[in-house]
Design a protein around this ligand. Structure first.
Ligand code: NDP
Length: 237
């Protein structure tokens, strides 16, 4: 009898929304899942118990803490960088510290996390970033900083795919459109405007995004690397 080894996955930002759906989906496929969160202690603990995994409190803007934590986890098979923040509004009125914090969480943390994880990652590993359709399309004002941060990820995956390809590690970004979470509730006041930009006029369910991530980290997607996979109901069409 052969024993199949349990794959180890790390999800940055897994306590709520799309991240929690990814945590549940990968755990349901038999992976051992560790995830981080910033503030939602109770939800993170409950989810860790539900999936028999680990929750680690770690703000992604803490670069050295992030690097140390990933280093200490050792060899993993899957890294999903989901933790992200959105800042929208008049750029002339925006607090520059808030914009720099967004860049730190949405660009710097994914980069350092991927590099650190790749040092010890098993052959055939998977790195997936959660970007946004706003990397490709900003159909309204106020999205420059957020869109720039997600467009940076699109460039990052192309480079990292080449850096790690010799070890059969794939690096990709999943770009959701409006998805029903705390960040963007399906019944929020912007819903009609957002749906007006879409071919399929509804918010996605977090489980639909998680399904695409699950496929990307599976064996069938071994030849998909350096790609941006958009799941936005035609928002960017
Ligand atoms: P939510 O705000 O609903 O959840 C965000 C998750 O990330 C939470 O688990 C949160 O932890 C964690 N997180 C946030 N900031 C940090 C941080 N500094 N350090 C560690 N963890 C952090 O967001 P969504 O689920 O909607 O979004 C997830 C990703 O998808 C983001 O990258 C977002 O930009 C992207 N996205 C979302 C879209 C949408 O319409 N919802 C559309 C396109 C892209 P905690 O609970 O502790 O706060």
């Amino acid at each position: 009898m052969t024993t199949k080894s349990v794959k180890k996955a790390l999800i940055l930002g897994g306590s709520r929304g799309i991240g929690a759906a990814i945590v549940r989906r990968l755990a349901s496929e038999g992976m051992h899942v560790t995830f981080t969160y910033a503030v939602s202690e109770d939800r993170a603990r409950a989810l860790a118990k539900e999936i028999s995994g680990e929750a680690i409190r770690l703000d992604s803007s803490d670069r050295d803490g992030l690097i140390t934590m990933i280093d200490q986890l050792g060899a993993i098979d899957v890294l999903v960088v989901n933790a992200g923040v959105a800042v929208a509004g008049d750029p002339l009125a925006m607090d520059p510290n808030e914009v720099d914090r967004l860049f730190s969480i949405n660009i710097n943390a994914p980069y350092h996390a991927a590099i650190t994880a790749a040092r010890q990652m098993n052959r055939g590993g998977r790195i997936v970033f959660i970007g946004s359709t706003n990397a490709d399309r900003s159909p309204m004002a106020g999205l420059a900083a957020y869109g720039a941060s997600k467009a940076a990820i699109k460039g990052m995956v192309k480079g990292l795919a080449r850096d790690f390809g010799d070890r059969q590690i794939t690096v990709n970004v999943v770009q959701p459109g409006p998805t029903d979470t705390d960040m963007n509730p399906a019944d929020g006041e912007m819903k009609d405007l957002m749906h007006s930009f879409m071919a399929i006029k509804r918010h996605a369910h977090d489980s639909e995004v998680a399904g695409l991530v699950a496929w990307l980290v599976g064996q069938e997607a071994a030849m998909v690397s350096g790609a941006a996979l958009t799941i936005d109901g035609g928002f960017s069409a």
